[in-house]
Design a protein around this ligand. Structure first.
Ligand code: CO8
Length: 373
């Protein structure tokens, strides 16, 4: 079986940001408008009054302080409460492809690879901007790569499942050098009028180059020692938007949005995450003290501390399980890859680390890594 490495990584970060303060101020204006408009029905008990959001709650419950977005217009307008941006035509690149080009170029430069070297592109993300043709094929054309390309979606585990598909393609002989991109254009799926979830997501794109050790020339490559993937069905994180929506006379106005039972997710998903990582460590004879970094999914600070404690058997030291969700918020499948990209330097050849995603499905993707160069 071929040894395979992550030989490069890249991140595209949108310039625009929204702080908790900005988000909460507009949400609370929306609440005032809603409650004034519905005062009579609220007084009669026919409509529930909306409650204010708070920066203190958001930071304490999630660790999020700010998020990057591709489009800010509309999100902070209490009369709009959603991003507003022009629909792009066939002659224009979709936002996800545009983001992916930037992240891909950084990953390719790190790996010392050009488009001519790439023979498979996987676009793995929680939302794919159109049904077909695959975004990955448009990216392939834009970069000038040959071979083949496809889109896939395993929600928050899209990146790790995408990388595992890349490893399998290399081992199976259908590809030599694979580009995996994770354009997470999450902001349009956020219900900015929902107090429970208006603060959760941000936009970003990550990219990785996956190849066999025998073609790797990168200075900072990580060998994939093992991969453990797990899914278990749950309705607790859901989005119901579908190509069949137009066939139904009444589509629920909440249909396009992300919805979750956050408490249940927290309780049910963490034991699965701990089990997957600990099982993979046991299979590879990796001890907690061997692990120099935990690059974990970035949904919630408390969840990450809990997972790190379970894996290490003690409190994580600062920097051992790096967090990026304070500035990026939850970026779905890209979160653990951003943490990897920003914190992979300063380690020694032979050092081991875990890259793990978890989220909707439920899905958990655990990659056991060892610094190769
Ligand atoms: N401001 C003030 N108070 C609030 C707010 C708010 N914004 N929101 C809720 N509250 C109140 C509640 O009403 C509640 O009040 P009370 O106690 O009086 O009932 C209290 O605060 C506590 O509420 P919760 O129990 O809901 O709060 P939690 O401590 O559980 O925190 C979290 C909420 C942050 C959502 C937390 O539960 C969490 O992060 N859970 C884990 C979720 C998770 O990891 N989900 C993964 C989702 S990501 C994923 O898989 C990708 C999906 C696909 C991507 C889609 C792209 C858009």
């Amino acid at each position: 079986m071929k040894d395979v490495v992550i030989s490069g990584s890249g991140v595209f970060t949108p310039e625009l940001t929204i702080s908790n303060e900005e988000l909460v101020a507009s949400f609370n204006q929306y609440v005032d408008l809603f409650n004034t408009e519905n005062a009579e029905a609220i007084a009669k008990g026919e409509v529930a009054a909306l409650e204010y959001s708070s920066c203190e709650f958001i930071e304490k419950a999630s660790g999020i302080k700010s998020r990057h977005v591709l489009y800010k217009e509309g999100i902070l307008d209490p009369y709009v409460m959603q991003p507003v941006f022009p629909k792009r035509g066939e002659e224009q690149l979709p936002e996800m492809v545009e983001m992916a080009i930037v992240a891909a170029r950084e990953a390719m430069a790190q790996a010392g690879k050009t488009a001519a070297d790439i023979d498979l592109i996987i676009c793995a993300a929680s939302n794919i901007q159109r049904a077909y043709p695959a975004l990955a094929i448009e990216l392939q054309q834009q970069l000038g790569a040959s071979g083949y390309a496809f889109d896939m979606n395993v929600a928050c585990s899209s990146a790790t499942f995408g990388i595992s598909n890349a490893v399998n393609a290399i081992r199976g002989g259908t590809a030599k050098v694979v580009l995996v991109v994770n354009p997470e254009f999450a902001s349009p799926q956020v219900n900015y009028t929902s107090r429970d979830s208006h603060f959760i997501f941000g936009d970003v794109c990550t990219a990785t180059i996956i190849e066999a050790t025998d073609t790797c020339t990168a200075k900072n490559a990580w060998k994939i020692l093992g991969m453990r993937l797990k899914t278990e069905f749950s309705n607790n994180i859901r989005c119901d938007v579908s190509y069949t929506d137009h066939c139904h006379p009444e589509v629920d106005p909440d249909t396009p949005f992300f919805k979750q039972q956050g408490r249940k997710v927290f309780k049910e998903l963490l034991p699965i995450v701990a089990d997957v990582i600990l099982t993979e460590m046991a299979a590879l004879h990796v001890q907690p003290e061997d692990l120099k970094r935990l690059w974990l999914h970035q949904a919630n600070i408390n969840m990450n501390i809990f997972a790190a404690r379970k894996i290490l058997g003690r409190e994580p030291e600062p920097g051992e399980a790096p967090l990026v969700l304070d500035t990026y918020a939850n970026t779905a499948s890209a979160g653990s890859v951003i943490a990897f990209h920003q914190n992979k330097l300063g380690l020694q050849v032979g050092d081991k680390a875990v890259l793990c995603s978890f989220g909707a499905g439920y899905s958990v993707g655990c990659l056991m890594l060892e610094k190769f160069s």
